[in-house]
Write a new protein. Structure first.
Length: 264
């Protein structure tokens, strides 16, 4: 059955449940500076959805510019209402939404490209993923970084639902299908609103779950000189504390999220 959520509710719930644009912008800025010793100014946000990250990017520094790329006019439209409209006139001049394919964009070369919330998992075979990574590599300035995220761990391949309670909202992340031969998988997001009504399959994703070593191999094959993996620290209860640090090994906990930085 079609969700009865309004578009405003759909994207409000999504962003509250899965996004933290402020900390992602800070993370990319800090890591870029640590790697190259200077500030990055230009960002291309691939698969940008509402472009929340691009809007934060231009907000935090008056020299910064961003291009948000997405094929779908729906999230772009919501992004204009929810984020872009809140920018100042000068910030707006430094942020553009491009309703384009990430494989062929009209954005210029940039310091940073990011692809978050596992969106590049739409590329299900090696040839297509390599083509995308090569395109990103060519889109970066001489000193550039491609940031992407990944989740894995033994629990992430089981047909189970992870539940998170937020203020007046429950978020469900369900693995509906996982093929161990191909890693083809289907994940869905459901919400229960504050009136107790459940909205099923508000977002569904048909992906290939890529593993860390394969991704690093393909990134190197695409021409990146080095890849850095960031692992999340623990809080007192043993849950993730939201702080990601470079690492070379870690405990393969039940389910984990990590970032990869691929350097030009
Ligand atoms: C999982 S959502 C991620 C949105 C956002 N990056 C986030 O972190 O929440 C994936 C987005 O990728 C877009 N998309 C899928 N294939 C694309 C392509 N080839 N080029 C551009 N955008 C694409 C979809 O329209 C969708 O908005």
């Amino acid at each position: 059955m079609k969700s009865q959520l309004t578009l405003e509710e759909k994207y409000d719930y999504y962003e509250r449940a899965v996004q933290n644009p402020e900390s992602e912008v800070l993370f990319m800025q800090d890591e870029f500076k640590r790697i190259y010793g200077h500030t990055p100014y230009t960002l291309r946000e691939d698969f940008c959805g509402t472009g929340a990250i691009s809007c934060k990017w231009v907000e935090q520094n008056k020299e910064c510019e961003a291009w948000g790329i997405d094929l779908d006019p729906e999230p772009i439209g919501m992004g204009k209402t929810r984020h872009y409209s809140k920018l100042t006139k000068l910030q707006k001049e430094r942020m553009r939404y491009l309703q384009e394919n990430v494989l062929k964009t009209s954005a210029p070369k940039v310091d940073v490209v990011c692809a978050f919330n596992f969106s590049y998992w739409i590329f299900k075979n090696r040839k297509d993923l390599l083509k995308y990574f090569k395109y990103v590599r060519r889109s970066l300035n001489k000193q550039g970084v491609f940031f992407l995220d990944i989740f894995a761990g033994p629990e992430s391949q089981k047909l189970i639902t992870d539940t998170k309670k937020l203020n007046g909202l429950t978020y469900y992340w369900e693995c509906q299908h996982f093929n161990p031969f191909t890693h083809d998988c289907t994940f869905a997001i459901h919400f229960r609103d504050k009136k107790g009504k459940k909205h099923e399959n508000v977002f569904t994703y048909h992906w290939r779950m890529w593993m860390m070593p394969e991704l690093r191999d393909i990134l190197h094959e695409a021409g990146f000189s080095q890849t850095v993996v960031y692992w999340e620290g623990d809080d007192e209860d043993g849950n993730g504390n939201g702080e990601f640090k470079p690492a070379v090994d870690a405990e393969n906990c039940d389910a984990w999220v990590s970032y990869i930085a691929a350097l030009t």
